[in-house]
Design a protein. Structure first.
Length: 137
């Protein structure tokens, strides 16, 4: 009987940790998408420095893409699809930083850090993903 209680406790703890981790990613990406919708000068200036020009239309398009993918990630039935789409989006951001020679650990790998949080949070909160990608001791 103790094993069942321990398993349920670990399961609830991992689900809560996954929700917190996923929540942090969701809040960050929704904010990131929202500032691209405005778009503030910091957004268009950064896009120009990255070689994309200071197009407000492109900034808004990227904002919509970010928000749609994040919403898909936040809804349990579509969370894996959202995670896959966000992984591609973050990979493109990393490639852009590599292209312009951004600092490795703070800028270029930020997409990797966010992706690890994204997938880690999803793995902790979604039993389907834990079944698909099992980690055994």
């Amino acid at each position: 009987m103790t094993d069942i209680a321990e398993t349920m406790s670990v399961s609830n703890l991992s689900r809560a940790a996954g929700r917190i981790l996923s929540g942090l990613v969701i809040v960050f990406l929704l904010f990131d998408g929202a500032i691209k919708l405005v778009p503030w000068p910091v957004v268009t200036d950064t896009m120009d420095k990255m070689g994309f020009g200071s197009s407000e239309t492109l900034a808004r398009s990227l904002g919509v893409i970010t928000i749609v993918c994040t919403v898909l990630y936040s809804i349990p039935p579509t969370s894996i699809l959202g995670a896959i789409l966000l992984t591609g989006y973050l990979g493109g951001a990393m490639a852009s930083h590599v292209r312009i020679g951004s600092p490795l650990f703070t800028h270029t790998l930020f997409g990797l850090y966010l992706g690890l949080m994204l997938w880690g949070g999803l793995w902790l909160r979604d039993r389907r993903l834990r079944t698909l990608i099992p980690f055994h001791r």
